[in-house]
Write a new protein. Structure first.
Length: 354
């Protein structure tokens, strides 16, 4: 096959690998999200190229096939490689081994290329050995099977996506949108991401994880939910908000409140509250010039030390370092180095903030 020559080395190239049995929705996510990302002068920030292993059309899970313009030769040109969900026939989902043509194609990917999976595309990354000993996620419906097939992977079935630096994985379907928006935000900040989200008519971040979408027994209709209390708490993040106060607002006992909260959100109230405060702090660090101690006060952490501790626990950086990277008035960070090395960024295991 003819080698593909990069026309614009300044633009970050995203290669999307469509496998036989690809799910059309997940396949379309990268081109839609990254295609809407533009710089201040309207210039595209990404180049999205779709390929198959042999350059031929692939079947989808719908009643049509997809034809592409490129084969595996473009894999060696990727700054970021995205593998959407596909039900690959044969050995992959049964034994955890890559089909030989796919393994040969993936062997051409440059070292330090950023690797991304959407939904069960995580099976490919795991079969490559990229997820061994690392946190990752996949669609909740396949999480147990995935864990049995790849026991060395630290599977978290509750989050929408996991960012482990140079390897990122998402949960099913629309969680791929969340992950792609997170990548835009990681590369270019919240202002560009908000523009992309508006173009896609989706929120720039979603509250909670995929645990809220897992099938569970429906509670009795007479039982009150916690949504009203969660909305109430979000308006009062600067206050202490102890658990008994939250339960009293929901008109429940503490035990009932904790149980219902877990059922609806997928995490305990205290963990959810810290996450909301961290998200609010990140937003203020990005979009305002408030002193760090005032950010700590307005988000309910009280002290700079407490904010620093929780922010470092969540994303591995200090408030000052985070502001330096993501403040809206700062110059957008590079989307990747010339050698394909992804930029240094915090590691996340939850949806990014607004």
């Amino acid at each position: 096959m003819i080698a593909i020559v990069r026309k614009d080395r300044a633009r970050h190239r995203i290669v999307v690998l469509a496998l036989d049995g690809v799910i059309p929705f997940e396949l379309s996510i990268p081109s839609r999200v990254f295609g809407l990302a533009h710089g201040p002068d309207g210039e595209p920030l990404y180049e999205v190229v779709t390929c198959t292993v042999d350059g031929r059309p692939v079947r989808t899970t719908a009643d049509f096939s997809v034809a592409v313009d490129h084969g595996a030769e473009v894999l060696a040109t990727a700054d970021t490689l995205i593998i959407p969900a596909a039900h690959v026939p044969g050995t992959l989902h049964e034994s955890g081994r890559l089909p030989e043509p796919l393994a040969a194609a993936l062997a051409t990917v440059r070292p330090r290329t950023r690797m991304v999976s959407i939904c069960v595309g995580s099976y490919v990354l795991a079969a490559m050995g990229l997820l061994d000993g690392r946190p990752a996620t996949t669609h909740w419906h396949h999480a147990e099977h995935f864990r049995r097939l790849f026991p060395r992977v630290r599977v978290d079935p509750d989050v929408l996506f996991v960012d482990d630096g140079d390897v990122l994985t998402s949960a099913g379907a629309a969680a791929g949108v969340d992950l792609c928006l997170h990548i835009v935000r990681r590369d270019h900040g919240s202002e560009v991401t908000n523009q992309v989200a508006r173009g896609c008519v989706v929120p720039p971040w979603r509250e909670g994880g995929q645990a809220q979408y897992i099938e569970r027994p429906v509670p009795p209709p007479s039982t009150a939910g916690t949504a009203r209390t969660r909305a109430w708490a979000l308006e009062r993040l600067h206050e202490p908000l102890p658990l008994p106060e939250l339960a009293a607002h929901a008109r429940m006992s503490v035990r009932t409140f904790i149980r219902r909260f877990r059922e609806e959100v997928g995490m305990p109230p205290g963990q959810w509250l810290i996450r909301q405060r961290v998200d609010r702090a990140r937003h203020l660090l990005e979009a305002s010039d408030l002193p760090v101690d005032l950010v700590a006060h307005r988000t309910g952490f009280g002290t700079t030390a407490s904010l620093r501790h929780h922010l470092h626990t969540a994303i591995g950086v200090s408030p000052t370092a985070y502001r330096r990277t993501f403040h809206t008035n700062a110059s957008p960070p590079a989307s990747g180095r010339r050698d394909g090395t992804p930029p240094d960024r915090p590691r996340l295991s939850a949806p990014g903030p607004r």
